[in-house]
Design a protein around this ligand. Structure first.
Ligand SMILES: [Zn+2]
Length: 236
């Protein structure tokens, strides 16, 4: 067993592992090409903040640069990838729900914001929405681990959502196929599904536009709560 020398405490640059990608197949350290994958390394400044451009190292070179074991580097990289995937999912939901309200009136922004965050009163809803959208778009536009993901309202796709009319809880959401005949076939099958055949009066079928299936679920649930707020306002 070989033991590695301890890393010098104040050696720079320090790196943080951002993930692993098969988009970049050449090692920035030694120049080896046709690698299966590389590890994305972000340099850190003296205060530990991310600074500068990401480098892509083969796993062996990354392990040597970080003075860590290859398996340790590989595990950290795959955990970082999972974290990034999770953030992508969060960002799809944020843009699905709030994207269509970016240029809405203050009252509409209030309805969507307080439908989801009934206890969040510190700032105006418009400010919160703008901040969330900026963060979500930055996440999806980030190309460290691969090409940018869809992140505009123009990228929305239709989803068929089955929900409970009483509390808006979503039973089912699925992307509607883009080919018209297949879309009709899928919609008919979902509407006829035995799961809700006995309680059709308690079910709504709706088509919502979103960036992901979870985003579509969130949009449908939010719509229900917005309708409740509006109904409460117009009550005589
Ligand atoms: Zn290398």
């Amino acid at each position: 067993m070989t033991s590695m020398p301890p890393a010098p405490r104040f050696s720079f640059p320090q790196w943080v592992i951002k993930g692993v990608t098969d988009d970049c197949t050449t090692c920035d350290c030694c120049g080896r090409s046709n690698l299966k994958r590389t590890v994305a390394l972000m340099p850190l400044d003296a205060d530990g903040n991310e600074e500068g451009e990401v480098s892509y190292y083969g796993t062996g070179c990354a392990a040597a640069a970080l003075r860590r074991k290859i398996t340790d580097v590989a595990n950290t990289a795959s955990a970082a990838c999972n974290e990034s995937l999770g953030l992508d999912g969060w960002a799809y939901e944020v843009i699905s729900v709030f994207g269509p309200f970016e240029f809405a009136t203050a009252m509409e922004q209030g309805d969507v914001w307080w439908s989801r965050n009934p206890h969040c009163w510190e700032q105006s809803p418009g400010t919160y929405i703008a901040e969330l959208l900026a963060k979500a778009r930055a996440q999806l536009a980030d190309t460290t681990l691969g090409p940018a993901r869809p992140h505009t309202v123009g990228d929305f796709r239709p989803y068929l959502v089955v929900a409970d009319v009483r509390d808006g809880s979503v039973y089912f959401a699925r992307a509607v196929p883009t080919e018209p005949d297949r879309a009709r076939e899928m919609q008919r099958a979902v509407i006829r599904d035995a799961r809700w055949s006995g309680r059709r009066d308690l079910i709504t079928f709706s088509t919502v536009y979103a960036l992901s299936e979870d985003g579509a679920r969130q949009v449908a649930g939010t719509r229900h709560h917005i309708a409740l707020r509006q109904a409460a306002r117009t009550k005589p």
